[in-house]
Design a binder for this molecule. Structure first.
Ligand SMILES: Cc1cc2nc3c(=O)[nH]c(=O)nc-3n(C[C@H](O)[C@H](O)[C@H](O)COP(=O)(O)O)c2cc1C
Length: 404
């Protein structure tokens, strides 16, 4: 993993309560060998003093775009060129919105426009602000524009509420940052990625069947993220009412057995397999050819086990990099670890289902990512945001595995 040692980092601070943690963040960045220069929004000055940040960074702190003391009068361009990366922490809802529109209304936003270096955002705000459609739209736009997002975390907030929107702790933030600046996958060929999505339908008769509440949204967003990352994506989809993401090859299936066959017909050419579909574990032993009539007062349906698609792919002689989704209603971590080991997967993305506004059928999700050297919480965030974060991590892990 690449380190921030010797990297020139502009730490941008905007006006959020978490700004009080930034002197500590500067110290931790410097401990790792980074050269840090601090730029504050005018509002950030209300939350932490420039004097403290100057003392810990050992460099003058800049706030104003029009600074007559700037060496060349074009100080913002010099500063933008100096940076190897910009980290904005905390990133307020306001700066997220300004950056999403390409605003150059203050020094920090101007630097983000003027730099060719990657810009990382560590959002920090009240959980309701973080969950608002406007904020989600802005974050999604920024991800599309190439910004990288670290967190936010979940927990107790300064406003007294508990939820998603806490700025990550400095050490967690730096760890994620280093993971993300590690060299992007050396893709000398286009990676073939297969994703399963949606529910399956196990027919009882021509009009009835056993299915589940999966909407397919998570799998479709993951397919979109990998396609936008330059991969060739095959999406094997159970019955869903969603549009195919642009550029993705979609194969429609109905039952778990159909999905198994479609996966194994296409698996030989892929490098990465992501099993997101909520595949029925059982199917009726018999499917009636005509609609069943209600004659008896009780009815027993005998079910048989379906093949385990994920395990069957992971146990191939030359398996692709395998990522499994685990939807659980309790004991998330234990089930995730056991699934990882039992099915010999590279990564498990576990999510709690059965909670309001998260998981199945919801717009948002939260993932616990578990692997040999991975233990990471992603979200809660929109499925589009999580998919992009997951895509970056999976490609990195794939590269690490294949370079050893
Ligand atoms: C006490 C206090 C705490 C605040 N905390 C946050 C916060 O954590 N996150 C946020 O997005 N806005 C927060 N705000 C609102 C921002 O300060 C406000 O939107 C401001 O315009 C942000 O400006 P900037 O992004 O230019 O720094 C807070 C405001 C006050 C008065």
């Amino acid at each position: 993993m690449e380190s921030i040692n010797s990297k020139n980092i502009i730490l941008g601070i905007s006006g959020g309560i978490a700004a009080y943690k930034t002197p500590e963040l500067v110290r931790r960045l410097k401990d790792r060998g980074a050269n840090v220069r601090v730029v504050m929004t005018p509002n950030a000055n209300e939350f932490v003093t420039a004097l403290s940040l100057q003392a810990v960074s050992g460099m003058p702190v800049r706030t104003e775009i029009l600074d007559t003391e700037g060496e060349s009068g074009m100080d913002h361009i010099d500063l933008a060129r100096w940076a190897d990366l910009i980290l904005i922490a905390p990133a307020s809802a306001s700066i997220v919105s300004r950056l999403a529109t390409g605003s150059a209304s203050d020094l920090l936003c101007t630097l983000c426009l003027a730099t060719e270096a990657p810009v990382f955002l560590a959002p920090a705000m009240n959980r309701v602000m973080w969950g608002k459609p406007a904020t989600k739209r802005n974050v999604s736009q920024l991800l599309d524009d190439g910004f990288l997002v670290l967190g936010p975390g979940v927990g107790h907030q300064a406003c007294g509420e508990t939820g998603s929107g806490r700025m990550l702790d400095p050490l967690d933030m730096i760890k994620l940052l280093e993971e993300q600046i590690s060299k992007p996958p050396a893709v000398n060929k286009i990676l073939e990625v297969m994703i399963t999505a949606g529910p399956t339908w196990e027919a009882l008769d021509p009009v009835r069947g056993i299915t589940n509440a999966s909407s397919g949204k998570m799998g479709y967003e993951i397919a979109r993220a990998f396609q936008q990352h330059g991969c060739s994506v095959t999406l094997i989809s159970g019955p869903c009412n969603l549009d195919t993401p642009s550029g993705v090859r979609r194969i429609d299936v109905t039952s778990a057995a159909d999905m198994f066959n479609a996966v194994h017909t296409n698996v030989s050419k892929i490098q990465i397999f992501i099993g997101v579909a909520a595949v029925a574990d059982y199917r009726p032993v018999n499917t009636e050819s005509q609609k069943m009539k209600k004659n008896a007062s009780e009815m027993t349906i005998t079910l048989v086990r379906n093949p385990d698609i994920l395990a069957s792919v992971a146990s191939l002689a030359e398996p692709p990099f395998c990522v499994g989704f685990a939807a659980e209603t309790e004991n998330l971590r234990n089930y995730a670890v056991s699934k990882l080991n039992k099915k010999k997967l590279d990564l498990v993305a576990a999510n709690i289902v059965g909670q309001e506004n998260l998981g199945f059928n919801a717009e948002d999700n939260a993932l616990l990512l578990i692997g040999k050297d991975t233990d990471q919480q992603l979200g809660p965030a929109s499925k589009a945001t999580l998919s992009r974060q997951l895509c970056t991590i999976v490609l990195k892990k794939y590269e690490e595995k294949n370079s050893t």
